[in-house]
Design a protein around this ligand. Structure first.
Ligand code: C2O
Ligand code: CU
Length: 487
């Protein structure tokens, strides 16, 4: 990979990004409308996911363990299901506070989306909620609570959902690498998960960095072999620059959705910049001479090498070029007819935000936001509006009203001094352009918008009230969230 070249784009990196943009013609998903599996005929897999406490030795084998939160006592509980399955997931709340379960990136009926107040009531301690999800899209997804996320996901309540596609090329090895930092004291307990100085700026960072709950991993793959890495940033705050040293590597999917393979070396600085909630699939070809490969986060001067892959055995006939995944079968926005909207991410203060409520005849007008699910202060907003915090408890009107089946091109402008990974529920959008010209065209459910940047995404609207928010959890809980009402 290339060495970092300071904050700006190097000439080489810029050319690389241009080459990447040229790849957009490849993206031609089939026109399958909403691509819903005919639910009554799809095979159903049933799982129960119970949120509760568990223990994990995060500080090292000889140090005190940490009481974390997990689904079914398993840190980063991982589900693997074939595409086309219908997942019936029963969320059981074994914690002492309210929660809900949200399957991030899955296109599903709105009623199973897990957003308290907006799509379902908060699940109280001891309570449960049944989700029925069509798994139409293959890829690397994850799930997490949608209430007090800084507290619950911050203490580890995150699971991984892998939707397998039998049409995928065969890899010689596959590893799931789930990245998360923890805010720990020396006794293994948690430090304050959010502090005003973090919440109002880049976020409150953890200093204990982990991959799958360990400080780093030693993995193996055959020399000359093809490895699939599914890398998830499930941290609350940290933006990472993922790169590979020692082997050839291609980006083959973003947020689960395949794109035309892009060499990591052709991306700006030779890395993929990934904010909280973003996932990538990387195809790594191991060197034939048996030398090891390192995978790391190169964003800070202090590089975090989270996985070393050593050669073990070798493949008889090494392949050439990248192994592309099947093209995504997503509703493709019609750019000729798309309605254009623009939203601006802003700093905000309690004093500046209006407490506007839905009209009284709206079914949601009487619902009060549960105090557990909102922060106490407003630091952020979208288009001069903020999701309620503190004593503002009314559900606000939607940021936009849209029509089911229509195409929308949404520009997201970042007027703040900090990057924001912006997520829309229930859709996969196509990332069309960046004013900084740094992104290949691809499908995603979350897009990182840099300070001063404007990114345009487009999608075919699916019915429901879908939240649109920053996935730096403290930003979301201090105002940077709204919703689209699609009817
Ligand atoms: Cu990971 Cu509201 O989402
Ligand atoms: Cu943010």
């Amino acid at each position: 990979m290339m060495k970092k070249s300071g904050a700006g784009l190097s000439r080489r990196a810029f050319l690389g990004a241009g080459a990447v943009l040229g790849a957009s013609a490849w993206l031609a998903p089939t026109r399958t409308g909403q691509a819903r599996v005919p639910a009554p005929f799809a095979p159903t897999r049933t799982v129960a996911l119970k949120a509760g406490e568990s223990e994990l030795k995060l500080l090292g084998p000889d140090r005190p363990a940490t009481r974390i939160l997990a689904y079914d006592g398993e840190p980063f509980r991982t589900l693997r299901l074939p595409r086309g399955t219908r997942l019936q997931a029963t969320f059981l709340n074994g914690m002492h506070e309210g929660s809900t379960l949200h399957f991030h990136g899955i296109r599903m009926p709105n009623e199973y989306d897990g957003v308290p107040t907006l799509t379902q009531p908060l699940v109280q301690p001891g309570g449960s909620f049944v989700h029925l999800l069509p798994l139409d899209d293959p890829g690397t997804f994850f799930f997490h609570p949608h209430c007090d996320e800084t507290g619950q996901a911050g203490r580890g309540l995150v699971g991984v959902l892998i939707v397998e596609d039998p049409r995928d090329p065969a890899f010689d090895a596959e590893y799931v690498l789930t990245l998360k930092d923890w805010r720990l004291a020396d006794d293994g307990g948690f430090l304050e998960l959010s502090e005003p100085d973090g919440a109002s700026k880049a976020g409150t960072f953890g200093a204990t960095r982990t991959v799958n709950g360990a400080a780093s991993l030693n993995l193996t793959a055959p020399a000359g072999g093809d490895v699939r890495l599914r890398i998830l940033n499930v941290d609350s705050t940290r933006i990472m620059d993922i790169g590979v040293e020692g082997g050839e590597a291609w980006l083959i999917a973003v947020d689960g959705h395949a794109l035309k393979p892009v060499r990591l070396d052709d991306l700006p600085d030779g890395v993929w910049r990934m904010g909280p909630a973003q996932r990538i699939d990387v195809h790594l070809r191991m060197p034939r001479d048996g030398s090891p490969v390192q995978v790391g986060d190169y964003r800070a001067a202090d590089i975090y090498h989270f996985a070393t892959i050593a050669a073990e055995g070798k493949v008889a006939r090494p392949r050439k070029g990248p192994l592309a995944l099947p093209k995504p079968e997503l509703p493709r926005p019609d750019m000729k007819k798309a309605e254009r909207l623009s939203f601006t991410l802003q700093q905000a203060t309690d004093a500046a935000v209006k407490d506007i409520a839905l009209p009284p005849d709206d079914p949601l007008a009487k619902a009060l936001l549960d105090s557990l699910c909102v922060g106490s202060t407003t630091y952020w907003g979208i288009d001069s509006e903020s999701w309620p915090t503190g004593s503002r408890r009314n559900v606000p009107p939607p940021l936009a009203r849209m029509t089911t089946g229509r195409s929308y091109a949404v520009e997201i402008k970042n007027e703040t001094r900090f990057p924001h990974p912006v997520h829309l529920h229930g859709h996969a959008f196509e990332v069309l352009s960046s004013s900084l010209d740094r992104l290949p065209r691809h499908f995603a459910d979350t897009v990182l918008v840099q300070p001063g940047e404007a990114v345009t995404v487009a999608f075919v609207a699916a019915p429901g009230d879908w939240v649109f928010h920053c996935h730096i959890l403290e930003h979301m809980e201090t105002g940077m969230m709204g919703y689209f009402r699609i009817v």
